[in-house]
Design a protein around this ligand. Structure first.
Ligand SMILES: *Cc1c(COP(=O)(O)O)cnc(C)c1O
Length: 358
C-alpha cells in the first residue's frame, strides 16, 4: 500500500511515474536493458536526456539565452559552484538570510568571496525582510536568495526586483511548483530530490553571459562553461535520476503544466493553513504573506503529544511528518506529487486528533 508521504526530501514521486519506471525497468523501449545499464553517450540515453531538457524548457518557458545543466553535487555543491563560477576572490556578493538554507549558502560562499548579508530576517526566521530595506552593494557580482526555506516554511511569493546585479536563486524546494519568469534570474539551481526527481541530480539554469567566467581552480564538474560545452556530460551524469526526472516532467505536462500545478499547490497549502488557523491546538509561526506552499511547519499546543501524533498519523497512512530536528514540531511537505487527497486525509486526521486528544 502506498502511504501519503510528507517527506521534505527525498520526497514522494508521482505513483504513475514509479509505475512507468517499473514497467520500463528491465527493457527500456526494446533496447533489452535498463536505463541504469546504458551508456550515457549512446543514442538511447541521449534521446532521454534531450527530451528531459526540452520538456523542462517548455514547462518553465526557459528563454533561449539560458543553458540548462544536469549536474551532481546537490544544491550544496552549488553553494560553492556559484561563487566559483561567478566571482573572483576580491568580488562582493549580496546574500539574503531568511533561514537555515540561506545560512548554509552564506557560510560556504564566505570561503570564496566577500559576502555582504544584504538582509537578515533574524531569529526565528518566520518572515521576509522588505526588499526596500535590503542593503545591496553597488558592485555586487550577484544577489543570492532562497525563494523557499524548506525547514522554516518561509517562501517568497514574488521575485525580488534587484536591478543591481544578476539574481541567483536556490529553488531546491519550489522549482516547478508554479510558473516563474526565468528571465528575471541570472542563475536558478535546485537539488532534484524535492520537486524534480530522485536525489543525485542537480539542475542549474544559467544565463549564457554568466558562463565561461569560472575561476581557474574550479573543479570541472562544477564549471558551468565546461559542462555546457559537453552537454552536462563532461563525466558520467546521474543517468537514472535524469531519466526519472524526465518522466516527472512528462507527468507535469499531463497535469496541465505549471499554471495548473500552481493552482493545485496553492489550494493544497491554503486548505492546510486554514485548518491550522481555525484551530486553537495547531499553530504555524510564519508571517501570513511568507507562508510556504511547499513546506508547512506546525506545532501542537501540547508538545508532549508530538510522538503520539506521529505514531497515530503513521497508522493512518500519513508519514514523515516530523519537523526538522532544529525546529521540532511537525512539517508537512506538499510538493507536486502530494495529491489533494493527501492533504484532505491529513486535515481530517488533525481534526480528529485535536477532538480526542487536544
Ligand atoms: C534540500 C535543500 C538544500 C540541500 O540540497 P542538497 O541537494 O542535499 O545539497 C539546499 N537548499 C534548499 C532550499 C533545500 O531545500
Amino acid at each position: 500500500m502506498r502511504v501519503f508521504n510528507f517527506s521534505p526530501g527525498p520526497a514522494a514521486l508521482p505513483t504513475e511515474v514509479l509505475e512507468q519506471a517499473r514497467d520500463e525497468m528491465l527493457d527500456w523501449h526494446g533496447t533489452g536493458m535498463s536505463v541504469m545499464e546504458m551508456s550515457h553517450r549512446g543514442k538511447a540515453f541521449l534521446s532521454i536526456a534531450e527530451q528531459a531538457e526540452a520538456d523542462l524548457r517548455e514547462l518553465l518557458n526557459v528563454p533561449s539565452n539560458y543553458k540548462v545543466l544536469f549536474l551532481q553535487g546537490g544544491a550544496t555543491g552549488q553553494f560553492a559552484g556559484i561563487p566559483l563560477n561567478l566571482t573572483s576572490p576580491d568580488s562582493v556578493v549580496d546574500m539574503v538570510n531568511t533561514g537555515s538554507w540561506s545560512k548554509k549558502a552564506i557560510a560556504q560562499a564566505k570561503s570564496y568571496v566577500k559576502v555582504n548579508v544584504a538582509a537578515d530576517a533574524g531569529d526565528p526566521y518566520t518572515s521576509i525582510p522588505p526588499v526596500a530595506d535590503w542593503k545591496l552593494s553597488p558592485d555586487a557580482a550577484y544577489v543570492h536568495y532562497t525563494p523557499n526555506e524548506t525547514i522554516g516554511g518561509v517562501e517568497f511569493h514574488f521575485v525580488p526586483d534587484v536591478k543591481t546585479a544578476p539574481l541567483v536563486a536556490d529553488m531546491s524546494s519550489t522549482i516547478l511548483s508554479r510558473p516563474i519568469d526565468v528571465s528575471k534570474f541570472g542563475v536558478i539551481y535546485a537539488g532534484a530530490q524535492k520537486n524534480i526527481g530522485p536525489a543525485g541530480l542537480t539542475l542549474v539554469i544559467v544565463r549564457e553571459d554568466l558562463i565561461g567566467r569560472a575561476r581557474p581552480e574550479t573543479p570541472s564538474f562544477l564549471d558551468f562553461g565546461a559542462m555546457a560545452k559537453n552537454g552536462s556530460m563532461l563525466n558520467t551524469p546521474p543517468t537514472y535520476a535524469w531519466y526519472i526526472a524526465g518522466l516527472v516532467l512528462q507527468w507535469l505536462k499531463r497535469q496541465g503544466g505549471l499554471e495548473a500545478m500552481g493552482k493545485i499547490n496553492q489550494a493544497k497549502a491554503e486548505k492546510l493553513y486554514a485548518a491550522i488557523d481555525s484551530s486553537s491546538f495547531y499553530k504555524n509561526p510564519v508571517a501570513k504573506d511568507a507562508r510556504s506552499w511547499m513546506n508547512v511547519p506546525f506545532t501542537l499546543a501540547k508538545p508532549e503529544l508530538d510522538k503520539t501524533f506521529l505514531e497515530e498519523a503513521k497508522k493512518a497512512g500519513l508519514v514523515t511528518l516530523a519537523g526538522h530536528r532544529s525546529v521540532g514540531g511537525m512539517r508537512a511537505s506538499l510538493y507536486n506529487a502530494m495529491p489533494m487527497e493527501g492533504v484532505d486525509a491529513l486535515v481530517s486526521f488533525m481534526k480528529e486528533f485535536e477532538r480526542t486528544r487536544g
